[in-house]
Design a protein around this ligand. Structure first.
Ligand SMILES: [Zn+2]
Length: 147
């Protein structure tokens, strides 16, 4: 075997899926809202800071007085990468796709995918808006489109 001829990865394409979230009590409302076509994040009632991923306390001031609010769904591309190889099920047939970190208008950043575009269409700072993609029989995933 040489560097130019690597041994292929041996992944069971019928094995466990790697695109499904682990939904816990704290994040259940987030996933329920996604199924309703809404993007929600947490806001601290004590200091006004927004945060995501959802936590039962504010990461800025540690107050436990946090509430869910509906985000505008608008943001900008903070970082992105075109994924050409991903052998983890079910991503294999989906390459190439654009993985991204989107900075929401409210401030928090989230890992996501940019859909209906290629990496060549994307620039850092590009305006994006949330969309929802059903990724299995009963769960929506927030994704983003170029605005
Ligand atoms: Zn706070």
């Amino acid at each position: 075997m040489s560097v130019a001829d690597p041994e292929p990865l041996r992944v069971d394409l019928n094995g466990p899926r790697f695109d499904q979230p682990v939904i816990e009590d704290e994040s259940q409302p987030y996933w329920d809202a996604a199924n309703e076509g809404r993007l929600i994040i947490k806001r601290c009632s004590a200091c006004g800071a927004y945060h995501h991923y959802p936590r039962p306390f504010c990461p800025s001031c540690w107050s436990e007085d946090v509430e869910w609010i509906e985000a505008t769904g608008r943001g900008t591309v903070y970082s992105y990468s075109t994924v050409y190889v991903n052998d983890l099920p079910p991503f294999g047939p989906e390459v190439p796709y654009v993985a991204a970190v989107v900075e929401l208008e409210e401030g928090p950043r989230l890992m996501t995918r940019l859909v209906d575009c290629t990496g060549e269409d994307v620039e850092i700072g590009a305006a994006v808006t949330v969309a929802f993609q059903r990724f299995d029989d009963d769960q929506n995933m927030p994704v983003f489109r170029l605005a």
